[in-house]
Write a protein that binds this ligand. Sequence first.
Ligand code: DGL
Length: 259
Amino acid sequence: MRVGVFDSGLGGLTVLSALLEVSSGVEFFYLGDTARVPYGIRSAETVVNYALECAAFLHRFDIDLLVVACNTASAKATKALRERFPQTEVYEVITPAVEEVLKLNPSRVGVIGTPATVVSNVYKNLLLEGNPNLKVLQRATPLLVPLVEEGITEGTVAETVLRHYLEGWRGEIDTLLLGCTHYPLLEETIKKLYPEWGVVNSAKPLAVKLSKQLTLGGENKIRLFFSDRSAFLEEMVQRIPLKGKLEGTEIFSWEEIVI
Ligand code: DGL
């Protein structure tokens, strides 16, 4: 089985990592569109175009299943991806995270994500569909993505930025939904600052959902592709534990992924 996973950058490796935890005998092809990150500040049309280009690139490897690891792309481009690639099973990260939050039976949920994800109201609408009595607060937290991409996930700077966004929710929410692939890398710091909150990210619930399909026996194989190599790329890739056989990290120019 061949699985393609894409994200706007490195954050989607948290989703790949969770998928690897439940998989065996799967070939993974990961594309991080590091040349064009962030997606979260772009128009819906641009996000759809980028997502279609990423998916077209991954289809070069005859993938059977596509995971849209990026929340912004999940929010904006899932429908377009399913229409363009009807032969491929397309999974997004939003629904599993919402289901996981609802299982916790919260009363007040805070959702953080990129500006595009928050403006789409996709999390809020799905949460309220599941439980109309929920109080849902939302906040765009755009500084968190560059923070993570720079490798700053703990310490004074990370804590200051997190407090800037989240301090107003102390006592206001009981559950925090991390609506962005990059945020799980800040999860430990968030839990340290706000130990009273339940914290949910999309990666694990999606992996659980796919676990039956991805347990085939044998070694996993992983190939990573990035559309640009920043100074921190390899350091960041190393930080995310990827269980399986890492076959290599390849780089291609962004023109190559444009169809
Ligand atoms: N991967 C994006 C997401 O999950 C965050 C980074 C970006 O803005 O591209 O929404």
